[in-house]
Design a protein around this ligand. Structure first.
Ligand code: BEZ
Length: 219
């Protein structure tokens, strides 16, 4: 399986979708984007996922993030599936496009296949991969889940907030961080720089080692 690692430029794939033909770079434009794969149409976990992420469209729009689904069936099948998706998650409206990838070519290029899951003719099926791509078209974060485990879109939104904060300010977010909570000053910033970069101030946490490497601030 070809590697696609953090920081790599995502390939400019193109395919038919429920919104017509899409070239990935044109679709992303200057936005952030989330591209997420599904093993197949008319499967139960995928049906819940497409509807659940649709419930977050407004939140992603506020953050300038475009959504793009990807499933290994044809566009006609995707279109026929959408009424089930919307019925399964009442109130959701799937307004983002879903790419068709019947030969799994795009999924192979985007490192979204699960080598352990094959269809009846031996073709590898997609995993539940989800790539967050920055406006520079580089891979900022990836989830790689097996078909058995549906994704948590609260977590997807949370990591978008973390990525966008880190891109705007020079900060990191601690474990289980939520928007509004304190952030960490990265080790690459020394105390002198920190005084200039974070005029709001920062707290150095006292540790048994006596080392002063956890510094918290608010942005
Ligand atoms: C599902 O969407 O339910 C599913 C798809 C592929 C493998 C396992 C579950």
């Amino acid at each position: 399986m070809p590697g696609l690692s953090l920081g790599d430029t995502i390939p400019n794939v193109q395919a038919d979708s429920t919104h017509g033909h899409i070239k990935l770079y044109d679709y992303i434009g200057d936005s952030w984007a989330i591209i997420f794969s599904h093993p197949a149409d008319f499967t139960p976990v995928c049906t819940t996922e497409l509807g659940r992420i649709a419930n977050y469209i407004g939140e992603f729009e506020k953050r300038g993030v475009k959504l793009l689904g990807l499933s290994s069936d044809e566009v006609d099948s995707h279109r026929a599936w959408l009424p089930d998706v919307e019925a399964c998650t009442p109130g959701c409206k799937v307004t983002y496009p879903i790419l068709a990838d019947p030969k799994s070519e795009i999924m192979a290029k985007l490192n979204m296949l699960d080598p352990d899951e094959k269809d009846e003719i031996g073709k590898p099926l997609a995993s539940r991969a989800l790539h967050i791509i920055g406006p520079d078209k580089k891979l900022k974060l990836s989830f790689l889940y097996p078909g058995t485990t549906g994704r948590n879109f609260d977590e997807v939104l949370r990591v978008v907030d973390s990525l966008q904060l880190a891109a705007k300010y020079r900060v990191c977010t601690p474990a289980n961080w939520k928007p509004g909570e304190r952030v960490i000053i990265p080790p690459s910033v020394n105390d002198e720089e920190a005084k200039k970069l974070y005029p709001q101030g920062f707290e150095t946490i006292s540790l048994p080692s006596g080392k002063k490497y956890i510094r918290m601030t608010k942005v």
